[in-house]
Design a protein around this ligand. Structure first.
Ligand SMILES: [Zn+2]
Length: 325
């Protein structure tokens, strides 16, 4: 990560950027109008680290969020209402997933969305609350060719061979592709799983496949820099899970350590590197104090250690992976 205080270039203008409803009533009582993306699928980005590990960055379609979702508006207590009432949208953002070809096995981080998510009415028919929220506040566009399993096969990787899937959290756009991995163990933070069972917030339980019986992570490993504890993922010690709560009940991130730098697969810890650098809060945070502490720890870590910051919805993440910054 470059430690410049300059703001990075803004999001590239994308064909098909959403046109927001022009009045809050539109956002509240009926779906905002927006145009589906005209872009063709973004090809995966593959790099090989100094230690010979291959990382694939795979975009499984795009989504858009309200601006009040990406950036916290005050008063913070009304942040969910602010999202629903906001008539303005971000540009279309990627839904990113990551596949690591590690000597100890294939590891997938988040599973993206399926093409069926492009039609929320039928996709979430069994879950009226989520259907309402996603349709009005989180439209997604995914083609069959963009699904994670299809793109993995195109890279010569068999989803059936995956034994480990780490979920940064259980929001629908990170779990839609879980069914592609029938033989994998899913690793989820205990706080995330138990919180979403108690009171679902962004998790679409009606879409969880039968193979989803996750192993719950409690972070029993040692501290790592500003992080109080980690969960080791590889025996070699180069791959581990970090607790990064705040965005959701028990959000977590994955860290791959190379000889010269770290790759931080950061889920929805921040929408962009700029948001991390400026310690900017999102409107969708479950716990703002935790979100603030996570941003501060992550930024402190990134300043101490050369880190490629790879959140799930950053239009510049694939480019940073390619360039190693
Ligand atoms: Zn999320």
């Amino acid at each position: 990560m470059r430690l410049s205080t300059q703001r990075p270039a803004g999001h590239p203008a994308r064909a098909g950027a959403l046109r927001g409803a022009h009045h809050w009533r539109h956002a509240f009582v009926r779906p905002s109008r927006h145009s589906p993306p005209a872009d063709v699928a973004v090809p995966p980005v593959t790099i090989t680290t100094r230690t010979g590990i291959r990382i694939h960055g795979i975009q499984t379609g795009v989504l858009a969020v309200k601006r009040a979702h990406a950036t916290l508006r005050r008063p913070a207590a009304l942040r969910l209402l602010a999202i629903v009432l906001d008539p303005t949208w971000t540009p279309l953002l990627p839904i990113l997933t990551w596949v690591i070809e590690h000597p100890e096995g294939l590891v997938v981080i988040d599973t993206g969305e399926r093409a069926a998510a492009s039609d929320i009415d039928s996709y979430m028919a069994a879950d009226p609350a989520n259907r309402w929220f996603f349709k009005r506040n989180l439209p997604m566009y995914v083609t069959p060719a963009e699904e994670l399993a299809t793109q993995m096969r195109g890279l010569g990787l068999a989803p059936e061979a995956v034994r480990t899937v780490v979920l940064t959290h259980l929001h629908g756009d990170h779990t839609g592709g879980m069914g592609f991995f029938p033989y994998a163990e899913f690793l989820v933070a205990r706080a995330e799983y138990e919180g979403q069972l108690r009171r679902p917030l962004g998790a679409v339980r009606s879409l969880w496949p039968p193979c989803f019986t996750p192993r719950l992570i409690d972070y029993d490993g040692p501290a790592l820099g500003p992080f109080p504890a980690i969960h080791p993922l590889s025996r070699a010690g180069d791959l581990l899970i970090l607790p990064t709560p705040g965005h959701s009940y028990g959000h977590q991130s994955v860290l791959l350590r190379d000889e010269e730098r770290c790759y931080l697969f950061a889920g929805d810890l921040a929408f962009s590197e700029d948001q991390l650098r400026t310690q900017g809060l999102q409107g969708i945070a479950h716990d703002l104090d935790q979100a603030r502490a996570t941003l501060e720890r992550t930024w402190r870590f990134a300043r101490q250690t050369p880190t490629v910051f790879l959140p799930s919805h950053d239009p510049h993440a694939l480019q940073r992976l390619r360039e190693g910054e």
